[in-house]
Design a protein around this ligand. Structure first.
Ligand SMILES: [Zn+2]
Length: 435
């Protein structure tokens, strides 16, 4: 079975790569027609072949015939991670698809409950083509050595398979930084990828030990909040340019930054909506990210809430790609500080205040209530009461509303969870109508 799939992959891959490369320069009308055709097909398929969507459509009183165009999308109810988990993720798996004819991935969310995701072979092919497309768009060439830090065991195994498109060395995210540095020195990569926090952690040791032999040209970062201060730091230590990437296991690649630093969405593979009060927001406004896969028939995700906050953009990129643009993801719903008025403060507005103070070793901002915030700080050398008062004052200015701020001095702080940097955690429920 595997060999059969391997052979068909080799035969079909060039076709999918050509299609993906062509689509990135297609006219907006062509992309819209493409999305519409695939969407209709996916909805019909999901309704006929999955328990979950059949029931969902019936409960909402709609039939696939009611969805004739993209504007009819809003008739379809949104689905959430919790709903998928409660119903059992297997109810999303379409008849005729199982572990024997699909790629399988297990992912754990913030709740810690595992979600099994199936991808059919055609989806796998197009995702491979899309990965080739964005790597090419970021300056990666097939002969480049790509050093990739991964926190997911399955992805790590996949990098060990031979690929005609990429030459990648997967590095386990949980290895000690010294070992990661040694591997990078041996491999001498043109390209490095991983979470920004992993690269920062390596960079700090490289700076202390004056290691300057790791000089990749390209740094592909993603999977966590992308703060300009963090990007500038890794660019300085490693010497390459950083490019961001946004994706989710449920739908794979969603958007990526080209060499002109525009985040292009893979509109031929996934439909992205940015919603507020259930309506699409205008370019430049914040909305909740809702995705629909246009390829994966094995396990359709239709109008699926990812739990991220993003901003669509009407930017026309100089690179000539017509794939629509979005601004960089501002964070997950629970990364935002919610003020007494209901207004939101993105983590990117407060985190740099602390990053810029060298006397702060580590920090974390925890919000338990709308009018009260705890800032945990591990003081570093030279930390003083005046510095602390200055930080509180600056934070109050950013928040702009009366919020009580308590500072706790602690011995150590867990800033990284599952390989991701999280400096703000809000336990206050986010009301999306106030976005
Ligand atoms: Zn571009």
């Amino acid at each position: 079975m595997y060999c059969e799939r391997g052979a068909s992959m080799l035969l079909n891959l060039p076709y999918h790569v050509l299609m993906a490369l062509k689509n990135q320069y297609a006219s907006p009308e062509y992309l819209k027609k493409w999305q519409q055709k695939r969407l209709k097909h996916m909805i019909e398929h999901a309704y006929r072949n999955t328990r979950f969507y059949h029931q969902k459509f019936r409960e909402a009183g709609i039939h696939p015939h009611d969805i004739q165009g993209l504007s009819d999308m809003q008739k379809i109810p949104l689905i959430s991670k919790d709903e998928v988990r409660n119903q059992g993720a297997d109810s999303l798996v379409a008849q005729g698809y199982d572990e024997r004819n699909c790629e399988v991935h297990y992912t754990s969310g913030s709740s810690g409950k595992m979600l099994r995701i199936l991808y059919d072979s055609e989806n796998h092919l197009y995702e491979s083509a899309i990965a080739y497309r964005y790597h090419l768009g970021q300056g990666v060439r097939p002969w480049h050595r790509y050093y990739l830090i991964l926190h997911d065991e399955k992805e790590l195994q996949d990098t060990r398979k031979r690929s005609i498109l990429h030459r990648t060395m997967g590095v386990a995210g949980d290895l000690p930084d010294e070992e990661k540095i040694r591997l990078a020195q041996d491999y001498n990569p043109h390209v490095m990828g991983g979470h920004l926090s992993s690269l920062i952690s390596m960079g700090k040791i490289m700076e202390t030990q004056q290691i300057d032999s790791i000089r990749p040209r390209i740094l592909i970062v993603g999977g966590e909040l992308s703060l300009p201060a963090h990007r500038r730091y890794v660019e300085r230590v490693f010497g390459g340019a950083t490019y961001d990437k946004y994706g989710a296991f449920e739908v794979k690649s969603i958007a990526w930054e080209c060499r002109h630093h525009t985040m292009h969405m893979d509109a031929d593979s996934v439909m992205v909506e940015f919603l507020k009060d259930g309506e699409p927001v205008a370019p430049g406004e914040r909305g909740e990210v809702v995705v629909t896969s246009l390829w994966n028939k094995a396990m359709p995700f239709i109008r699926y809430r990812l739990g991220d906050i993003g901003v669509p953009s009407d930017k026309v990129c100089e690179c000539g790609r017509t794939l629509p643009a979005m601004e960089i993801i501002e964070g997950r719903l629970d990364d935002f500080i919610v003020l007494p008025s209901g207004a939101f403060i993105p983590p990117g507005a407060v985190v740099p205040l602390f990053l810029s103070v060298t006397q702060v070793d580590q920090f974390k901002i925890v919000q338990d209530k709308k009018d009260s915030i705890r800032v945990q700080i591990r003081p570093g050398q030279g930390y003083t009461h005046e510095i602390e008062q200055g930080l509180i004052q600056k934070m109050k200015e950013v928040l702009g509303e009366p919020v009580h701020i308590d500072v706790e001095h602690v011995e150590s702080i867990e800033q990284i969870a599952r390989g991701k940097f999280r400096a703000v955690i809000s336990h206050v429920g986010v009301d999306l109508s106030h976005l």
